[in-house]
Design a protein. Structure first.
Length: 333
């Protein structure tokens, strides 16, 4: 299953040191059907990939911006058989109704040849470039994505009244902040996030494993992070990254006014945060949240069998259909 690579990359761990490939790939996004554009954000040249129905690139449609997760990987991975999926859902299902956009991680190549290599490990072999490390934190991603969304909403081929932003795992935290900006998006999709922050997901995992040493490390590490949250040394989740993604996103989520789809597996380590958000939404009489839980599914919506992730039990197709239909991006009923 070629799509499996995409999700195994997401399973690399919440705080493991990330590595990026330093050798630029030879093939271009256009060879795989993507349009490549460069949008300036301050002095930064931001690389963006667009996907539209062939022949309808200039036709006015809604826009879906998909926000990447945590690892510093190129957008398009390919081997001798072609490209691996860029989006976790089937793009062809939505191209009748919308244009798709995804933004590259700072300073990384857009494509990478993984032929003959383990795509789940190769991005751990070297440090990411300094350009990436200097920008790999929540506030940068939020400000950058805000600017790009405003840019795209001005394009004649975008229905500015129907702009959807979605993300999974770390991407969901960025989505939460974008959704809270008045008038920026019309819908937001928050998948497998923890409204209580990444630290709580890490603690839940280690508490369940009764790993007291790991629990103690999390608290000691957090003490170091809050002592100097400006450090950006690119050692795993450095303090500037950790402070943004480690704090609770609950206040931001509860400021949102646009419709939000909150999707999560009931076996995800962040499920307590999603449940707490739902309790607060009820208490505050909030009606803009749609909660969709997937019983027996873990962080990446795989099933679990005999206590182990069952990679044959792939459920993203259903998850994708659910939130795309909810956002009005599927023609089918």
């Amino acid at each position: 299953m070629r799509v499996l690579v995409l999700f195994l990359l997401l399973l690399a761990g919440l705080s493991a040191p990330a590595r990026a490939q330093s050798k630029a790939a030879a093939r271009t996004p256009a060879e795989f059907g993507y349009r490549q554009v460069v949008v300036m954000f301050g002095r930064d040249s931001v690389q963006v990939l667009l996907l539209s129905k062939p022949g309808e690139e200039q036709l006015k449609k809604p826009l879906l911006l998909w926000v990447q997760g945590s690892l510093p990987t190129p957008l398009v991975l390919y081997d001798q058989h072609g490209a691996f999926p860029v989006f976790p859902f089937h793009p062809k299902k939505v191209l009748e109704r919308c244009h798709l956009v995804i933004i590259s991680k700072p300073g990384l190549p857009l494509t990478a040849d993984v032929t003959g290599q383990n795509a789940n490990e190769m991005f751990r072999e070297r440090q990411p470039p300094a350009y990436y490390c200097a920008r790999n934190y929540l506030d940068y991603y939020v400000r950058r994505d805000m600017a790009l969304l405003r840019y795209f909403k001005k394009q004649p081929w975008v229905d500015a009244g129907h702009v959807v932003v979605g993300g999974h795992s770390e991407g969901s935290a960025i989505v939460a902040h974008l959704a809270a900006v008045p008038g920026l998006v019309s819908h937001a999709v928050y998948l497998s996030g923890n409204p209580l922050g990444r630290n709580m997901s890490m603690l839940a995992q280690d508490r369940q494993a009764a790993d007291t040493a790991a629990v103690g490390w999390i608290f000691r590490r957090w003490q170091q992070v809050v002592a100097d949250p400006t450090i950006a040394d690119c050692q795993g989740d450095d303090p500037r990254n950790s402070i943004g993604f480690g704090v609770s996103q609950m206040p931001v989520l509860l400021r949102t006014k646009v419709p939000m789809f909150i999707g999560f597996g009931t076996l995800d380590r962040g499920v307590a945060g999603d449940d707490f958000l739902r309790l607060e939404a009820i208490r505050q009489h909030r009606t803009n949240f749609t909660f969709r839980e997937y019983a027996g599914r873990e962080h990446n919506f795989f099933g679990v069998k005999n206590g182990q992730i069952d990679y044959k039990d792939f459920y993203w197709d259903q998850v994708g259909d659910d939130f795309l239909r909810w956002a009005g991006l599927l023609n089918e009923p």
